[in-house]
Design a protein around this ligand. Structure first.
Ligand code: PRP
Length: 211
């Protein structure tokens, strides 16, 4: 479990995005900047090993390099597509899959619709992209789809924008080995399964679905 350091800069970006008066443009720009920080942190959580390149002056640099050359990532549309777009700007050749799960709006339970995963994903480290985790039902279902495809939960790094203690408790109770990178852990859930203080419906605000 890794939460981004709560610097003034990060809190300022959250304040902009969470403000109910934020314009569509303000929401997109502030969340994109947070997602970039999140993705760099998540890529850094993947397995690395020593590497010592020679610099232009003939010295060696005590560096690190990713063990797995290819980057595998799987997004949960819609909101996860926002993270996918940011990842593609950092790693244009990432191998990308999708797991379409939508919450039933009344019962708040996840419903699986469809998935398409990259060839060769079994046994690989995988970034799972879903910015919101409220009840954790969606993420748990996505992890079960990946597990059925041969991905070990210990090899999954969940890239999450916002979550809450209830969701983390449920996820780790079922998958204690999964790694989570988040930009913020909120206070908790309301009776309607919204996070508090929350950010609203990420997908609707990011894509401008509602006027
Ligand atoms: C939202 C969000 C997560 C899920 C989180 O998606 O993007 O996938 O709900 O909720 P949970 O932890 O309680 O399962 P939603 O199904 O609303 O679809 P959207 O991405 O199209 O908004």
């Amino acid at each position: 479990m890794h939460e981004l350091p709560r610097t003034d800069g990060l809190v300022a970006l959250h304040a902009t995005a969470r403000d109910v008066r934020a314009t569509h443009l303000e929401f997109v720009l502030s969340t994109q900047r947070i997602m970039r920080l999140l993705l760099e942190e998540a890529l850094g959580q993947l397995q690395h090993t020593d590497s010592t390149p020679t610099t232009p002056i003939g010295a060696t640099f005590p560096g690190r390099v990713r063990v797995q050359r290819e980057t595998f990532a799987v997004s949960v549309p819609r909101a996860g597509d926002a993270l996918e777009a940011e990842l593609r700007s950092i790693v244009p050749d990432a191998r990308l899959g999708k797991i379409l799960i939508q919450r039933d709006p009344q019962r708040k339970v996840p419903v699986f619709h469809w998935s398409k995963l990259p060839d060769g994903i079994a046994g690989k480290e995988v970034l799972l992209l879903d910015p919101m985790m409220a009840t954790a039902g969606t993420v748990k279902m996505a992890v079960s789809v990946l597990a059925a495809a041969g991905v070990r939960p210990a090899d999954i790094v969940l890239v999450n924008f916002l979550t809450c203690p209830e969701a983390l408790g449920k996820l780790f109770a079922e998958y204690p080995e999964i790694r989570v990178v988040t930009s913020f852990v909120d206070e908790g859930l309301t009776e309607q399964a919204f996070m508090r203080p929350g950010i609203g419906d990420f997908g609707d605000r990011y894509y401008g679905t509602h006027g």
